[in-house]
Design a protein around this ligand. Structure first.
Ligand code: MFK
Length: 554
């Protein structure tokens, strides 16, 4: 027997990811008017072809490569040059050519412009090794500049961030995280000081900065003499490179050694007097950067849906190609059930992410309330991130040993997804943000009224829908009865239960719009609507107190 005669496993194939992703096609057909979908479909088809073809092939070839930082040249001069991977170089061009960011601001489609943008992003993201990070930060920067109304900075940055020219387009960084903490940015140590000419300059260490190769960045710093805590922070705009393309009073201390997102040149920076421009005065830095949080959290949710869908497309394609115990996996009842559960998780994640996208577009165009968007943003971010990790762990397992091998590309999916639960706010930070937002909008009623209105419009509702209204009432009572500490300890469960309610309603709408797969969507919705009540809480279990050596005192 020769080695070449042995069995060779047929690998999973992707094909055009627009044509092959039935759940996504159903979703867009339900969310977009027919004329808008028809107008953008050739673009979706072209990007789906690229994402499942040439870009995916390049991604597999490029798997072992990572960005490389060269700090000194041969003669000892500090250069801090970052060489990007082949996928990242290509992704930059594709993002500009398809006008992904520009699509979000295209007035032709009004409130649906965001759906267009994120439909493109959804197809683009899984084949581009988290190139969504600079796009998300750039989108966030656009929102911040619009919100603060700094016309000078808008004129400079907007056309470049939205450019469709790969040679001229810019991306933005976001530098908020310091050694004192990424969640509690009030500890920021970066100082802003005016020089003799009145120019603001920033000094300090940024512990994590998104893609250090960007042409501009938004960052928080404390003007000298300003109070401690987050109230003393201001928002600054800066361009990291000088006219000659050299870093301007910035040193790259190192690229971070991360569990995932390893193609992304996340850098630790030393700011040594980099010139910067206050974006909107010398205080209110956190509220001024908050529009960026809404955008980047939306990108996070869509990335979660997109990475999970990529894994599930591959797992579903593999199932008929791989035989075990005398039959293709696709014919084995337990494997079929596993795939079914994955499709269910995929549909739920996708619908929550795009509910968020649709709300963003409508709020920006004044066609629906900002209050619902404010509440759904943390809910969608935290739930989709957790579901992507759980789902992609299942995807990896569904391939058996092959799923654990780096050169299949499958482990990278799982590792990359794990960051989605951390950056832009961890699950707990987002759950607490939901409490903050509930305090601002006057409780859960606005969210539940919005869901009830949508539910009321669905024809022939199944009987179990009563569970959704019962859960809504129970959560409102819980929220009104709990004091601050109780609300905090229950905040995760609160957020996840609201996520399931939103998903159940969205999937019932999808069932009504898609007779061919109504049974599937209804079944997923029905399962999501189980165990939603506040008394399913795990956090009521006494905490193990290590100091006392056992369970906390009763
Ligand atoms: C993991 C490794 C991988 C590599 C990562 C590299 C990427 C690096 C890029 C990054 O830096 S990602 C990190 C992004 N950072 C975050 O997402 C921060 C997470 N922390 C939070 O979200 C905290 O909740 C927050 C910093 C916002 C808390 O700030 P404060 O100042 O302590 O909260 P406070 O006092 O409650 O709110 C201040 C103001 O901001 C209030 O407005 P007003 O003064 O007008 O009342 C709030 O309403 C407003 N605000 C806070 N969160 C908001 C918001 N407004 C709208 N939306 C929100 N989400």
């Amino acid at each position: 027997m020769k080695l070449d005669d042995l069995f060779i496993q047929d690998p999973p194939r992707l094909g055009n990811t627009w044509r092959g992703d039935v759940l996504f096609r159903d979703l867009l057909a339900g969310y977009l008017p027919l004329e808008t979908l028809s107008a953008i479909e050739s673009q979706l088809d072209a990007l789906g072809e690229l994402a499942g073809g040439a870009l995916y092939e390049l991604q597999l070839l490029d798997l072992p490569n990572e960005p490389k930082l060269t700090q000194y040249d041969a003669w000892g001069r500090r250069i801090d040059r970052i060489e990007l991977t082949a996928v990242w170089q290509r992704a930059r061009r594709v993002a500009a050519e398809f006008g992904i960011l520009a699509a979000g601001y295209d007035e032709r489609y009004g409130a649906d412009a965001r759906l267009h943008e994120f439909a493109l992003a959804y197809l683009f993201l899984p084949s581009t090794d988290i190139y969504g990070c600079p796009l998300a930060m750039s989108d966030g920067a656009l929102a911040v500049l619009r919100h603060t109304g700094n016309q000078m900075l808008r004129r400079r940055a907007e056309p470049r961030l939205m450019s469709r020219d790969p040679e001229a387009c810019w991306t933005s960084g976001q530098w908020m995280t310091e050694t004192t903490g990424g969640s509690d940015v009030g500890g920021t140590e970066t100082v802003a000081r005016q020089d003799a000419q009145g120019l603001w300059r920033l000094y300090g260490r940024k512990w994590f900065t998104s893609a250090a190769t960007s042409e501009m960045a938004l960052t928080l710093a404390r003007p000298e003499g300003a109070p401690a805590g987050s109230a003393g922070l201001a928002l600054f705009y800066l361009e990291p490179h000088d006219r000659a393309g050299r870093l301007n009073h910035i040193e790259i201390l190192r690229l971070k050694d991360k569990l995932g997102t390893r193609k992304l040149p996340t850098a630790e920076l030393w700011l040594d007097g980099v010139p910067a421009e206050p974006v909107a005065g010398l205080d209110r830095g956190v509220p001024n950067i908050a529009p960026m949080l809404t955008l980047t959290r939306t990108w996070n949710a869509v990335t979660a849906a997109a990475l999970l869908a990529r894994g599930v497309l591959l797992a579903a394609d593999y199932a008929p190609r791989r035989s075990a115990f005398g039959a293709p996996l696709a014919a084995l009842p337990l494997h079929r059930a596993t795939l079914g559960a994955l499709h269910a998780r995929c549909a739920a994640t996708l619908h929550l992410a795009f509910t968020q996208v649709a709300l963003l577009g409508r709020a920006e165009h004044g066609t629906s309330g900002e209050a619902v968007l404010r509440l759904v943003t943390p809910i969608a971010k935290l739930a989709t991130a957790r579901d992507a990790v759980a789902g992609l762990s299942e995807v990896v397992e569904s391939f058996g040993g092959a799923g654990y091998l780096e050169d299949t590309g499958l482990p990278q999916l799982l590792r990359d997804a794990q960051v989605l639960t951390i950056w832009e706010g961890t699950t707990n930070v987002l759950a607490l943000d939901l409490l903050r937002a509930l305090g601002q909008v006057g409780g859960l009623k606005v969210l539940h009224d919005w869901l009830a209105e949508r539910l009321a419009r669905i024809p022939a509702k199944p009987e179990w829908c009563g569970r959704l209204s019962a859960a809504a009432t129970a959560w409102q009572q819980w929220f009104d009865a709990e004091h601050d500490a109780g609300r905090q300890s229950g905040a995760r469960h609160l957020a996840l239960a609201q996520a399931r309610m939103i998903q159940a309603v969205a999937l019932l709408e999808q069932a009504a719009a898609t007779p061919a797969r109504a049974g599937f969507y209804r079944a997923v919705a029905e399962r999501l609507a189980r165990h939603l009540e506040p008394d399913d809480r795990l956090d009521e279990i006494p905490v193990l107190d290590s100091a006392a050596g056992g369970p906390a005192a009763q």
